[in-house]
Design a protein around this ligand. Sequence first.
Ligand SMILES: *Cc1c(COP(=O)(O)O)cnc(C)c1O
Length: 365
Amino acid sequence: MRKKGCKEDDLFSFLSAKKDLDLSYASILSSMCTPPHPVAVKAHTLFIETNLGDPGLFPGTASLEQLLVERLSTLFRSPGGCGYATSGGTESNIQVLRIAKSLCRKESPNVVLPESAHFSFKKAGDMLGLEIRPVRLDSQKRMDVEAVREAIDANTCCLVGIAGTTEYGMVDPIRELSSLASDLGIFLHVDAAFGGLVLPFLPESPAFDFSLPGVSSIAVDPHKMGMSTIPAGVLLLRSLEHLCTLAIDTPYLSVKQEYTLTGTRPGGPVVAALAVLEYLGSEGMEAVVQGCMKNTRRLIAGMESFGIRRVVTPDVNVVTFEAIDIPEPWKVSWTREGHLRIVCMPHVHAGIIESFLNDIGEMYA
Ligand SMILES: *Cc1c(COP(=O)(O)O)cnc(C)c1O
């Protein structure tokens, strides 16, 4: 590093020049993140120096983390549920597989999940020595329940269903998975990293939460549709006993045990996540989410009017089409199968959809 520090002005012109290389959200149609809500930024800033890794020093911040867990557990219909704020879906999924593994005590445990599962499960499988068993999807890209039955065996320690798949925006048949899990006594995790803050705010949506008795845990990411600052995920469990399998003694901290994967943890994004929910309330969230779904439907109708067909009708605001050429400056993404994928996040408002459709129309209409 430098021996003598540089001037503040020089430093910030250097940093700003780098920031200018980043893309503007106005052309990003591929991300599950979105600029944070102003209230999230304000709350994050207020709590910028807090460390939830040592909660005895920050009891106020820690109580807000508990309140966030309470709010989301209640939203997912398990008012007495427990959990903690993670760094996102990846950490939540890793942690839940640690729990499932320790509960089942099998020699060579496996995890049955859909082919559409997020790649974080591969990381978790690798770290934990778990066999990952992907099962096929049906024609609508939802987990095929018959294939699930075939894949489960005596060594299955966890069944995973996705509520809002990353690539196609579909919700797996969680009700059927819940019955299977209950019948067979298997831990069922629902990865609702994306859909968890979409589905509760839609007038009609498939069941995915703790109201289904077989569901043991849910992952949800406020840094996606919760419009929090990054990183904000939450892992929720129906049973405190399950969370406690993660407990580790923490000799030099202000509390005696922790359940988290990371040690030092930022309080800012956690309070930001809570702040957005409190500020908007369910009515405000409904307005945002239903706006995103309206834009999703408009995008589908517009694209299909040019003869560009959707792949499936999504349950959440992630939409896929047959592959086409995309003009500048739009940033889209492509699924593993090569389909065009667009996420209608809050920043992708109606005007952006029209402007995108206009550009596509010039090429395909
Ligand atoms: C985004 C996502 C994840 C990963 O979350 P990160 O916050 O990126 O770690 C996991 N599962 C699903 C379904 C997701 O959409």
